[in-house]
Design a protein around this ligand. Structure first.
Ligand code: PLP
Length: 447
């Protein structure tokens, strides 16, 4: 099976457990992992995958698990999606690398043209491509600093922007992302985020609170950019109160500050629109993308106002692999799938289905303090009933039950008490329903 497995949308779309999770084949491989892979690289659900597609992952023991994680919002078009596979095969046969900075090729330019078309706003835009989300965020900051001649960067409570040195400084949570890894990059300042469940503030009031901190502790004249996730990712899928993002964007514009939306997790149809910024008509100066962009291949982008992007000297942006031709081919296939199957609409439908199931579960389980999210980026926050005291223990127990019963679920949040649901947009209604049957059972079994 390991040598010849074929994944993609034709895989049987079923939950099928033939062993314990993890099964004997995975356990054997976990010993090899332990021997050869650094312990610092953890795994959430240690089954070794041999094929995936539609809404399932198949492991070495023949178990078929329902995927509610999409490899952290990456395989939104589904694993081994048809157009992605077709484009990747064709590109591998043609050439695998030249380095775009040495000799260019069409795929890179095509992806940049697509990014200009799809990202918010109809102004002139340009892009640069990289390998990972963190690299995109770093480059967005570099561009903002050159364009403004200023140093300071403002980020928010609960933010996640990556694991490189600059992005660790921008990420809020200590464990596991930052602990012991300092010293961190300087000139990064943190402002309060809008978190409706916990602050009860309107978007306008939460923005005024954040702007006051920025004004008093940084000063607009020193500030190159504000970097914000329009829906928090690792921080707990918090959707800021309506008006928060537009107010921040307006303040940034009035003060010559570059407004950067980190859409690495929320972008590419995940929230039911091309980008999460679209829901409130926010037009960022720069947008960072990665994860869902290329159906699983490593690719990231910074897209923004042409004059901002062009403020950097020739040769100032790049990297050996950035915009690799195979990754670009995958991105073009991925975007084709999103357009052809209207995956933004599919994300909205999935979101409605998940919301209805979660509402029904919440009726019986008052540990669920809030259901929130946009489209197929949905979460529940677990707190001691009637309070906002986080309950990470119950969250872990529910998650463990789901894993043992063949559903891949992910948690997140500053306190580890948020369940996030990120199914591939290629999942069927029936499979999604079955997954939430298991989630409901998990709440009942751990009550
Ligand atoms: C995942 C993520 C990143 C980092 O992306 P990598 O590809 O893991 O470097 C940055 N920002 C957000 C919002 C993310 O979700």
């Amino acid at each position: 099976m390991t040598e010849s497995a074929v994944g993609g949308p034709t895989l049987p779309q079923e939950r099928r457990l033939v062993t314990e999770i993890p099964g004997p084949g995975s356990l054997e491989r976990l010993d090899r992992k332990k021997a050869h892979v650094a312990d610092g690289v953890g795994t959430t659900l240690p089954v070794f995958v041999v094929a995936a597609g539609g809404g399932v992952l198949v492991d070495v023991d023949g178990n078929s698990l329902i995927d509610l994680g999409s490899g952290i919002a990456v395989t939104s078009v589904g694993n081994a999606a048809d157009a992605v596979r077709r484009n990747v095969h064709a590109q591998v046969d043609a050439f695998t690398h030249t380095c775009f900075m040495v000799t260019p090729y069409d795929g890179y330019v095509d992806v940049c043209a697509a990014l200009a078309e799809l990202t918010p706003g109809d102004h002139a835009k340009k892009s640069a491509l990289f390998n990972s989300g963190a690299e995109a965020v770093e480059n967005a900051v570099k561009i903002a600093r050159v364009a403004t001649g200023r140093d300071a960067v403002v980020v928010f409570d609960h933010a996640y922007h990556g694991r490189t040195n600059l992005t660790m400084a921008m990420t809020a949570k200590n464990m596991p992302y930052k602990n012991g890894f300092g010293p961190f990059a300087g000139e990064v300042y943190r402002a309060p985020m809008s978190y409706p469940l916990r602050d009860g503030l309107s978007g306008e009031d939460a923005a005024a609170r954040a702007i006051d901190v920025i004004d008093k502790q940084v000063g607009a004249a020193n500030l190159a950019c504000i970097v914000i996730e329009p829906v928090l990712g690792e921080g707990g899928f918090v959707v800021p109160a309506p008006g928060f993002l537009p107010a921040l964007a307006a303040w940034a514009k009035a003060n010559g500050v570059v407004f950067i939306a980190d859409e690495i997790q929320s972008g590419f149809c995940r929230t039911g629109d091309w980008f999460a910024s679209d829901h409130e008509g926010v037009v960022p100066d720069l947008v960072t993308t990665a994860k869902g962009i290329a159906g699983g291949l490593p690719l990231a982008g910074v897209t923004g106002r042409a004059e901002l992007m062009d403020s950097v000297h020739v040769g100032g942006l790049g990297g050996t692999y950035g915009g690799n031709p195979i990754a670009c081919a995958a991105a073009l296939g991925s975007i084709e799938e999103m357009k052809e199957h209207d995956l933004a609409a599919r994300a909205r439908a999935i979101g409605e289905q998940m919301h209805a199931r979660l509402e029904a579960i919440a009726v019986d389980h008052d540990v669920i303090a809030e259901i929130r999210g946009r489209g197929a980026m949905m979460a529940i926050e677990l707190c001691a009933p009637g309070t906002t005291d986080p309950d990470p223990v119950r969250t872990a127990a529910v998650s463990a039950y789901c894993h043992q019963h063949g559903v891949v679920t992910l948690t997140c949040g500053t306190w580890g008490n948020v369940f996030r649901f990120l199914p591939p947009l290629s999942i069927s209604d029936a499979l999604l329903d079955e997954a939430f049957d298991v989630v409901a059972e998990a709440f009942a079994a751990t009550a």
